[in-house]
Every structure is written in C-alpha cells, then in structure tokens.
Design a protein around this ligand. Sequence first.
Ligand SMILES: Cc1ncc(COP(=O)(O)O)c(C=O)c1O
Length: 347
Amino acid sequence: MRIVDLRSDTVTLPTPAMREAMYRAEVGDDVYGEDPTVNRLEAMAAERMGKEAALFVVSGTMGNLVSLLTHCGRGDEAIMGDKAHSFLYEAQGASVLGGIAVRTVLNLPNGMLDPTDVEAAIRDDNVHFPRTRLVCLENTHNRCGGAVLTPGQMSTIREVALRHGLAVHLDGARIFNAAVVLGIEAKEIAAQADSVQFCFSKGLSAPVGSAICGSAAFIKTARRNRKLVGGAMRQAGVIAAAAIVALEQMVDRLAEDHENAYVLAEGLAEIPGFDVDLKAVQSNIITFGLSTSRVQVRDVVKALASEGVKLGAISPTRFRAVTHYGINREDILTALAAMRKVMSQLA
Ligand SMILES: Cc1ncc(COP(=O)(O)O)c(C=O)c1O
C-alpha cells in the first residue's frame, strides 16, 4: 500500500539530484572555514535573504536558539507569539540554555501579533524587570495553519521594535512558502527582520539543515554561539550540497504544494463531519477540526493510518495536514477517498 504521509513537510526525502550532489561534494573542515561547499551555501543563503552573511546550522531549532542567544544575553527578554514554534516546540532552549526570558503576546489567527500588544509588552528600564531586547515573528506560521505574513504586516511590528531600539528575528522556517504565495522574493520578507532562520529540510526537501542570515557582525557572534551549543560541524559540505540543490531546484515547485493543499482543503470541506475554513488555507499547511462530537480526532487519525493515510493531531480537537514534495495530486485524491470512508464509518 502506498502511504500518503501528510503529517509534515519534514518527512520529505532528498531528491536524486541531492544525493548526487552529496556524493560529489567538495569538503573541508568547516570549523577552519575550509569547507568550500558550506562557504558556497552560506553565500547563497545570505544573497537569497538580502543579508550580509549567513551561517549553516543543523536545524530550525538550532537556528532560532543561536539567533536568540546572539540577540539576547542572560536576563534579557524576547517577545513572541503564544503560538510561536520557538515558544511551543523548541524545549524553551533560549530560557533553559541562555537565561533569556520569553514573553508571549496573543497570536492572531492570521499568524500576526497586534503591534499594540507588542508595544504594551515592552518593559520600562527598571531594576524590577528583565530588559526587552527582541521581537520574534514566524512566517509562514506553522501553528496558525501556514498563515502568510506580508512585508506590510511585518513592518507594523518592525516599526514598534525600531521605536524602542529592539531587534526583530524571523523564524522563516518556511519563508520560501510565504514568498511563493506572495509572488515576491524571500529577501523582501527578510528585510523586515534583523535576522532570519530558514529551513532546507522542510518543503525544500533537503535531509538536514537551516541557515541563519543577518549582518556580518551578527553572524560572527552567531558562529561562536553555534560552537557553544555544539553545532559547529566539520566536513558539513556533504549535507550543505543537498541544501544548495534545495535552493536551486526546489523553491518554485512549492506552488504545487500550495495547490495540492487547497484541493485537499476543498475536498475536506465537502466531507460531512470535518470543519474546514477554506479562507485560512494559504500555503502548504491545513489545520481543521470536527463539526461533530460523535468522533474524536485521535480515532480518525488511527482509522486513517490503517487506510495508509497519515495525518497529524495538533490538539485533541484539531488535525493538521501538510503537503510537500512527496505528495502528488493522486495522493490527495487517495487521501480524500480514505477520509470520506473513515468519516462515513465513524461519524
Ligand atoms: C516554524 C518552525 N520553526 C522552526 C522549526 C524547527 O525546525 P527543526 O525541526 O529543523 O528543528 C519548525 C519545525 O517544524 C517550524 O515549523
């Protein structure tokens, strides 16, 4: 049975071109700055984000952690949305390892923060308080169903940050999904932040890695912090080679994932028992619920798995489906047929 795995775009496998590039990669010791493939990737990443420099790291989690460690010292505070991946799913590394306080403000359903809330969360200079240093945004927004933030929306947060002398970090794990939806270059989104981390290992299908991009001075300190958390790699060109292929060959095709997500969402909306907001489907992530109390999310997930369709449960009442390189239109139709069958049996 062909498995249709809609749990995440992190399940994507490296393409044949990536495997070939990995096999042929020219490598050296990257801690000495001598891995030509890593150096090339970092130059490409900086260029794509419109920043002076970039740093290759092993994961999105490390990208966000190293960025926060670089912006903030112990006793500093970072403001982020209450549904930010960094807040919910990264083991609170910034607090645990960096002594950085994290203050959340409400994430709006469209992935944005309300600039008034952000401004109200900024601390006065007072011995009683940590020092606010940073505001974090996420684009596309994972927990907000792949919501896309426009540069205009982001600029409202950037203006607040600038007014208070704060930096802005962007968790752009899926920044290229946002850029493709908006029909703009990723650097136009990244321009609204001082630093950005983006992932090669999600929709872009590389097996490993993320890049942090920012000013040359920021990246110099980030490089030290990457070493601190054990993330300095040696012959990392082997994996950087796949990330180069990801940047060169896998960005434009994200549009296909967005189309497939919309077709899936339209199909789901027609199945009795599912509750889908089609207007909220912008990129490759769909979150949806149930319109009936006769079934439980976990039972639907289990029944679908036995039909060969893997879906995520992001809460006891909500599902998540993510389209990606490993999913074609036929898979979407297969998944919808299985969902129709399961819901008619359970609901
Ligand atoms: C928005 C966002 N940021 C960061 C990450 C962390 O990436 P990684 O799994 O590579 O650590 C993820 C992972 O799903 C994500 O969705």
